[in-house]
Design a protein around this ligand. Structure first.
Ligand code: 5RP
Length: 264
């Protein structure tokens, strides 16, 4: 692996081998998502507790202070919306030249395995890997399910993750599911977990993150379950304790409650 690729991965994945990515890219197909109407304000108090931001170029330029940021994973796929015909019909929206200009540490692209646009989105990934490898930029593949949230089960997600790795993704982002070890064990590159829509309780979030970490995930790319919570800083700090300090779900929950009690 060349120095540039190693250096970028080291910015994202911390010396303990774990990572906490904070995604704020949802607006690229959802518009002004709840609590992400002003992304700059949403992330400001959370930045100290995450290892990288997952964001589009538009929000990066207009809302994120370039002098006080974390490494950037640039969301480079899109071209669809919640009200359009098919969320899977994504293209690559942002050039590698732009990613370099923005000093991105990595780029992220969605794949929609099993959809009508499976081939197009897999080729988006493969072509992006071809170009990014020339410049030492890691590609994170996002195994997306669009509105079909029920697809989030081990056999399907294992298939998606393995395909993403085979096509050259350096990191794969997928959903946590029951039997998550089947997903991780079939994927030869690091796996991070996304959250999906906000869970009913904080403990639920800590439990799935803890379970996923025990089963081999290297960390999370968790958005709504952090910044849609009424106590986002407490949430971020408690998640950080699981990811970087070996806390259990119960310990994280206790920490969340004590931080919440102290007004965070
Ligand atoms: C949205 C994404 C998000 O980055 C991903 O879904 C993680 O966010 P959340 O935890 O809110 O699901 O790819 O397109």
């Amino acid at each position: 692996m060349d120095w540039g690729m190693k250096n970028r991965l080291a910015q994202l994945i911390q010396p303990d081998g774990h990572c906490f990515f904070l995604p704020i890219d949802h607006g690229y197909f959802q518009g002004p998502t709840r609590k992400l109407e002003k992304p700059g304000e949403t992330v400001k108090p959370l930045l100290p507790y995450c290892d990288a931001l997952f964001v589009t170029r538009g929000v990066l330029r207009s809302c994120i202070d370039p002098t006080n940021s974390k490494p950037i994973i640039l969301r480079v796929s899109g071209g669809t919306s919640m009200v359009g015909k098919d969320l899977a019909h994504e293209g690559v929206t942002t050039s590698v030249r732009e990613a370099i200009r923005l000093n991105a540490a990595a780029v992220g692209v969605s794949i929609f395995v099993g959809s009508d646009y499976e081939h197009e989105t897999l080729m988006n990934l493969a072509n992006l890997v071809n170009e990014c490898e020339d410049y030492g930029i890691p590609v994170m593949a996002v195994t997306a399910v669009g509105k079909e949230l029920e697809k989030r089960e081990a056999r399907y997600l294992a298939l998606c993750c393995r395909i993403a790795a085979e096509l050259g993704a350096r990191v794969v982002k997928t959903y946590w599911c029951e039997d998550f070890d089947k997903v991780v064990n079939g994927c030869p590159v690091p796996v991070v977990m996304a959250g999906g829509p906000k869970c009913e309780t904080e403990l639920e979030v800590f439990e799935f993150v803890y379970d996923g970490m025990q089963k081999g995930a290297i960390g999370v790319n968790l958005g709504r379950n952090v910044w849609q919570n009424d106590h986002p800083v407490a949430m971020a700090r408690a998640l950080r304790a699981i990811i970087h300090e070996n806390a259990t779900a119960k310990e994280a929950y206790d920490l969340f409650n004590s931080l919440k009690g102290s007004g965070q």
